[in-house]
Design a protein around this ligand. Structure first.
Ligand SMILES: [Zn+2]
Ligand SMILES: [Zn+2]
Length: 136
């Protein structure tokens, strides 16, 4: 009797193994996948696509944004407010209450400000303002 029980257990285990082989997409369960640091699944903020591997990283005013490709990165830079629901910040004064109509484009990237005075400060010296958010 014992032998039979063990035999069934072996069958069950092998069936389970076959199942995980058939569905390689259920990657959340497979523990033997080649380990990468991306344990949590990330999605492109623009396309909504699952990001495989590293993705395209952008540091937008201290917030790390991830894209599936450089095309999505470009779309984001043109209109960050469309894709970022939170984390938008006035790079001059640091306020998060920005006016999307007061904006300035620098290096193909759009930035938003709380007031036109912050905007003009920015436009006088974009590099210096953005450097505050640069190296982290
Ligand atoms: Zn993309
Ligand atoms: Zn401001």
């Amino acid at each position: 009797m014992k032998v039979i029980t063990v035999f069934y257990a072996v069958i069950l285990i092998s069936v389970f193994n076959i199942n995980t082989d058939i569905f390689p997409n259920s990657d959340s369960e497979s523990s033997d996948s080649i380990s990468s640091e991306t344990d949590t699944v990330k999605y492109c903020i623009v396309s909504g696509e699952k990001i495989s591997g590293e993705g395209v990283k952008l540091d937008y005013l201290g917030t790390e944004v991830l894209f599936c490709c450089t095309g999505c990165e470009k779309s984001f830079k043109k209109n960050p407010a469309k894709y970022m629901k939170s984390g938008l910040v006035d790079p001059v004064c640091g306020m998060t209450e920005i006016d999307k109509d007061i904006n300035s484009v620098y290096n193909n990237t759009k930035y938003y400000f709380c007031s036109s005075s912050c905007k003009s400060k920015f436009e006088k010296n974009q590099e210096e303002v953005l450097n505050k958010y640069g190296s982290k």
